[in-house]
Design a protein around this ligand. Structure first.
Ligand code: SF4
Ligand code: SF4
Length: 347
């Protein structure tokens, strides 16, 4: 498909055009924090800060959402479907790693039985990705075969010397492009060469990052019992607070709880994110199957690095976004687990 370009000064026009027909979400700074928020003309858009504090997964899998309502009249109970409405939207400025996280979530929510709440958001959302400008020292997407300079999505974008280059990749991306193409120019061979140069430059930066060559040897979907029974989990997990911060910022964590709230006129059933790190996670009448923090901690990393790839053709459920590396209050993270249990230490 054809590539387009637009000067960075005209981006507000591009945003306004897209926002005419649907909600537009971008990395927007509020209170010194950059997150994906709905765009308006006064928004402080930060396309230079693609590493948002939380990932964009809320747009497809919100932190809380209504499922249904139960109404009681005397002895009769009726069920009312009151799911939150889903409108068409555009998600602009998603890094390559975060785009991959949607593939991971698809494996979970679009597998039989399909999660229709997630499915309707996926169908209504157009993902516009953006090549990274300034990867951070905590980034390690390359370990999972992700190219930060060549992001997937419905439309890929690159920002080079004050020009945004825009390339539709899917039919959905092409359809959106047709609604805004009048604002853009078609890119030519020289433009293509500029984008390729910028990709090469980014690769050179990425290669110097400390975690670029993170070694995943030993995390090949096999060695399950060997990893599970490793004595190293005790040391790795001993300081874990079970706060769940790592799961809440993670773009691929997908566990949720279903709860009922009685408002006096009926019962609202909703779901909300949960964390395998919490003490009451999967609590049942007889208790919880994982009683110690070691077991909870081990579950999170075994799932991302061993169980998920062995059930999903080798796809890891970590994309190397680095968020958990900066948010954990005890500085524990998946990189430390990989280094302790894999690579040269693979027993
Ligand atoms: S485990 Fe950490 S680095 Fe991996 S995707 Fe989740 S937050 Fe990102
Ligand atoms: S953020 Fe750190 S302390 Fe909190 S649950 Fe995750 S590993 Fe444990």
């Amino acid at each position: 498909m054809m590539m387009y370009k637009i000067n960075v000064d005209r981006l507000p026009e591009l945003y306004a055009k897209m926002a005419e027909s649907r909600a537009l979400y971008l990395p927007i700074e509020k209170n010194d924090q950059v997150e994906f928020h709905p765009w308006n003309a006064d928004a402080c858009v930060r396309l230079d800060k693609l590493n948002t504090a939380k990932s964009a997964k809320d747009l497809f899998f919100p932190q809380t959402e209504n499922l249904m309502k139960f109404k009681m009249q005397g002895k009769n109970i009726s069920i009312e479907e009151n799911r939150d409405p889903v409108e068409p939207f555009v998600l602009f400025g998603v890094r390559a790693c975060d785009v991959r996280s949607f593939d991971v979530l698809d494996k979970v929510f679009l597998a039989d039985p399909v999660d229709t709440f997630y499915q309707s958001r996926r169908e209504n959302g157009v993902v516009i990705s953006m090549a990274c400008h300034e990867p951070e020292e905590t980034c390690f997407c390359h370990a999972f075969g992700i190219d930060a300079a060549d992001p997937a999505g419905d439309i890929s974008c690159w920002m080079v010397e004050g020009t945004l280059y825009w390339k539709p990749l899917t039919e959905k991306g092409q359809a959106l492009t047709e609604t805004v193409s009048a604002l853009m120019e078609q890119a030519g061979d020289q433009d293509q060469a500029k984008v390729e140069e910028s990709q090469k430059a980014l690769h050179a930066v990425m290669e110097k990052l400390p975690l670029y060559d993170l070694d995943l040897t030993g995390f090949d979907g096999d060695h399950l019992l060997e990893k599970f029974n490793s004595e190293k989990w005790a040391k790795l997990s001993e300081a874990c607070l079970g706060c769940g911060s790592c799961t809440f910022v993670c773009p691929t964590c997908q566990c949720y709880d279903i709860r009922d709230y009685d408002n006096g006129h009926g019962v609202q059933r909703y779901r909300c994110w949960d964390s395998c790190m919490y003490s009451d996670f999967t609590m049942m009448a007889h208790g919880t199957p994982r009683k110690t923090q070691l077991e909870k901690f081990r579950q999170r990393f075994m799932h991302k690095l061993v169980y998920f790839p062995s059930n999903n053709d080798g796809m890891y459920s970590c994309v190397g976004c680095g968020r958990c590396l900066t948010k954990c209050p005890i500085s524990m993270n998946i990189v430390k687990v990989i280094k302790a249990l894999g690579g040269e230490n693979h027993a």
